[in-house]
Ligand binder design. Structure first.
Ligand code: ADP
Ligand code: MG
Length: 353
């Protein structure tokens, strides 16, 4: 608490897809063990180090247990602001890592083994809340940033833009965002599904189900220390029962991409440009934050909605886990290298939880 804490950065390399295998793509990324990964291709030869590397064979459970996600859930219960964000090129496995294949097929439920970090965290959160026997109140909000507009994915009706505000206690927040209470796994999974269906996706060349927006699902965890014998007539006095408020935020970033490669045009290229602009702003903030505290200049969080909403996670009092996702294919080499450089830089970022 109060001490400089580094961002935890782990890497996930997805398996080659059927298409990539059929077309005979070379595998250019190899895990060396101990958090090291090696990229070797004609003119590139580089090694990168992370807190953990999950290769094509890693199960969803292995990623949950090995990434530190369980600890993050516990810290949220203890009152910290925790964030996990998936970052990487379109089609690199971000949504798969967070939600599993469930997000892709609405008709058939995914097998439990394939559930992603989110569902596993919900289960863990609800188990913990039961076993601690404390009075935990859980609620969820779900936002997306689409073309630099913040939208509520849980409120019914056509999507309307929410204004972003700033306050000393809360930092940046979306005004009037809906927060829905839940008590069971079924309830929160159904909120996640509802919201994800509303999330804007449009088909384009790289990934049929590619997400065109950044999505932020936040679980608010409020716990009250229940005293065994509350004095008669005494409410939940601030001093008698200090309450803790933590958050656990899951961020599924829209993928970085080059407009030419995806064959985007018209509306799609407007989308691609605003995605790239906010990712650029995020990259800029990360590289400034990666400098030692004493040498830091002003951090331009205000450059995009995304960086405003992530300000606390990146440079404030949050605890953050970044899951960088890459494809092993030779065809994705330049995007893969850019993700690896970006993620390496993020390892130097510190926060003060
Ligand atoms: P992104 O969200 O980064 O655009 P997706 O999560 O949608 O990418 O993944 C792209 C495709 O690759 C999907 O068809 C997904 O099912 C598959 N995929 C991604 N990661 C894995 C993995 N670890 N194991 C098996 N399939 C995966
Ligand atoms: Mg996605």
């Amino acid at each position: 608490e109060g001490r400089d804490t580094r961002l935890r950065v782990v890497l996930r390399v997805r398996p080659l897809t059927c298409t990539e295998t059929r077309r005979g793509d070379q595998q250019v990324v190899h895990s060396l063990g101990d958090g090291a990964v090696h990229v070797s291709a004609a003119r590139h030869d580089a090694t990168f180090g992370f807190s953990a590397v999950f290769d094509a064979g890693a199960s969803q459970e292995a990623v949950f247990e090995g990434s530190g996600m369980r600890q993050l859930v516990e810290l949220a219960i203890d009152g910290f602001s925790c964030t996990v964000f998936a970052f990487g090129q379109t089609g690199s496995g971000k949504t798969y890592t967070l939600m599993g294949p469930l997000a892709q097929s609405e008709t058939q439920p995914a097998s439990p083994a394939l559930l992603g970090l989110m569902q596993r965290s919900f289960t863990c959160l609800l188990e913990q809340s039961r076993s601690r026997g404390s009075d935990l109140a859980l609620s969820a909000s779900y936002l997306e940033i689409y073309n630099e507009q913040v939208r509520d994915l849980l409120s019914p009706g056509p999507p309307c833009a929410l204004p972003l505000r700033w306050s000393k206690t809360r930092g940046f927040y979306a005004e009037n965002q809906l927060s829905v209470e839940f008590e069971s796994l079924e309830a929160i999974v159904s909120l996640l599904l509802q919201g994800s269906q509303r999330r804007r996706t449009s088909a384009h060349a790289l990934n049929r189900h590619s997400s065109r927006s950044h999505a932020l699902l936040t679980i608010h965890v409020r716990s009250r220390a229940v005293s065994a014998h509350p004095a008669p007539g005494e409410g939940w006095g601030a001093s008698a029962c200090p309450s803790k408020q933590g958050t656990l935020c899951f961020v599924d970033l829209a993928g970085s991409e080059r407009v030419k490669e995806t064959g985007s045009s018209g509306e799609l290229s407007v989308e691609a440009n605003s995605i790239n602009r906010s990712l650029l702003a995020l990259g800029h903030c990360i590289s400034l934050l990666a400098k030692p505290r004493g040498k830091r200049t002003h951090i331009p969080y205000r450059d995009s909605k995304l960086t405003r909403l992530l300000a606390r996670s990146l440079g404030g009092s949050g605890i953050t886990l970044m899951v960088a996702c890459i494809s092993p294919s030779s065809r994705c080499l330049s995007e893969t290298l850019s993700t690896l450089h970006y993620a390496s830089r993020a390892r130097r970022v510190t926060t003060r939880p």
